[in-house]
Design a protein around this ligand. Structure first.
Ligand code: NAP
Ligand code: HSE
Length: 428
């Protein structure tokens, strides 16, 4: 009989336990599809005594994930602990040095150290696979590295953080403020241990940087991602946007331009009727445009035990079958350094300003916009109280530099009572 593929799993949380359940419950299916049995030989986590709801007695236990990665009875090291440094990095390095293939769901690690780890693995003729790291159960890494490999990729656009999409849609559907919904998300266990990773756009930025590397054959450049989180999006923004036919999404865009690689992960207004506008709760969606294929859209669960474990198993089965694709779709040593483009294509912007309610305040704002070369498309003043008058301005298309000039200009006139909010309007 063909030799089994033996897994060592480090991390027995949501994803790790999901993987163990699939391996146990679908042994025959996995063996049929892989052409060989898939077995777990050893496991590791911090707390051996924790009840994890599955019987782990059949597997050897290692307190130290590095030791697990070095075991002779492990062919594939499956890293499901998380973290951009520490045990995750140490154990993957140990696995590579010990001649193992690696499967991980760890976007934070790969966004920072992916290039070095992929080069190290490929130098030893081993692979690191990471489908579960981007958009959970959606096979977007496989789509880009394999199914779309015959295309020049023109644009990758995505909602890739389920927590942020949950918060934004829940705010709109329940009419609740950000703080209340953030707390709900916390109670539901949606937030990362460090919630800034989610709401600050960092987690989604990690994912975008990984996809951009595959799409454009460039070294992962997370530092080049222009990041803005959703913390400053208010229920007023969501309601005003809805009134104009838009929804607010944390949207990522990666696009190669003549000036360099644009990577941005920022709140955007999208048409409410568009596929991204329709995306509810924690669902993820990635749209890829290729020169031959045109536009394709992938949509599904971006997190959770089943979807994420499904993605891990897709990678494991590939390794069992002998399918060996380079981490970023081409040899890591051939990936190019890339210049980041600071500015992206012109767009209309939604501006929310709180003005002192006094004569001439609005005129000063209009003057600065005019002097910055920005034309106003729509404007409304609503619900002002004794101290401040909220104003929404939708601009005609303008470039980001002009907008930044205007925002800087607003700081020099004493009519704003709070920091202005500027949200790009993306027509998809
Ligand atoms: P989790 O539920 O917090 O589980 C983490 C596991 O790692 C726990 O079993 C923990 O041990 C173990 N661990 C942490 N530090 C360790 C150490 N120093 N040594 C040994 N074990 C250690 O995390 P998760 O949600 O499963 O996420 C795992 C990975 O998948 C992360 O990279 C995450 O970003 C990624 N991911 C998760 C999802 C998702 O939906 N959850 C989706 C996509 C990607 P104890 O249980 O003993 O504390
Ligand atoms: N915190 C992430 C999210 C988990 O909300 O999408 C999946 O990567």
């Amino acid at each position: 009989m063909t030799q089994p593929l033996r897994l060592g799993i480090a991390g027995l949380g949501t994803v790790g336990i999901g993987v163990i359940k699939i391996v146990r419950q679908k042994a025959n299916l996995l063996a049929s599809r892989s052409g060989r049995p898939i077995e777990i030989t050893a496991i590791s986590a911090r707390d051996r005594s924790k009840d994890r709801g599955v019987n782990l007695a059949d597997y050897a236990w290692e307190d130290d994930p590095v030791k697990l990665a070095q075991r002779d009875d492990v062919d594939v090291f499956v890293e499901l602990m998380g973290g951009s440094t520490g045990p995750a990095k140490d154990s993957i390095e140990a696995a590579i040095a010990a001649g193992k293939d690696v499967v991980t769901a760890n976007k934070a690690l790969l966004a920072v150290h992916g290039q070095a780890l992929a080069e190290a693995a490929e130098a030893e003729d081993h692979v690191i696979r990471f489908e579960a790291a981007v958009a959970g159960g959606i096979p977007v890494v496989k789509s880009l590295t394999e199914g779309l490999a015959g295309n020049d990729i023109e644009r990758v656009v995505g909602v890739m953080n389920g927590t942020c999409n949950y918060i934004l849609t829940r705010m709109e559907n329940a009419g609740l403020p950000y703080d209340a919904v953030f707390e709900e998300a916390n109670q539901l266990g949606y937030l990362e241990a460090d919630p800034t990773l989610d709401v600050g756009g960092i987690d989604a930025g990690h994912k975008l940087a990984l996809l951009a590397s595959i799409a454009y054959g460039t070294k992962v450049n997370f530092d080049g991602v222009h990041l803005e989180g959703i913390q400053r999006v208010t229920i007023e923004d969501i309601e005003q946007a809805a009134d104009m036919g838009f929804r607010v999404k944390l949207l990522g865009v990666a696009q190669m331009t003549g000036r360099g690689l644009v990577q941005r992960m920022t709140p955007c207004l999208v048409p409410a009727s568009s596929p991204f506008g329709q995306l509810q709760n924690a669902t993820n969606m990635v749209m890829i445009e290729g020169d031959n294929v045109g536009q394709i859209v992938l949509r599904g669960a971006g997190a959770g035990e089943g979807p994420t474990a499904s993605a891990v198993m897709g990678d494991v089965i590939d390794i069992a079958r002998g399918t060996r694709v380079s981490t970023f779709g081409q040899p890591a040593s051939s990936l190019r350094d890339v210049k980041s483009a600071a500015v992206s294509s012109p767009a209309a912007y939604y501006l929310r300003l709180a003005l002192e309610d006094k004569p001439g305040a609005l005129a000063k704002i209009a003057t600065i916009l005019g002097e910055s070369g920005i034309s106003i498309d729509r404007m409304r003043q609503y619900g002002h109280d004794n101290t401040s008058a909220p104003v929404i301005i939708v601009t005609h298309k303008t470039d980001r530099q002009s907008l930044d000039n205007a925002l800087a200009g607003f700081q020099n006139i004493d009519v704003l009572t709070t920091e202005p909010v500027a949200i790009r309007i993306e027509t998809l």
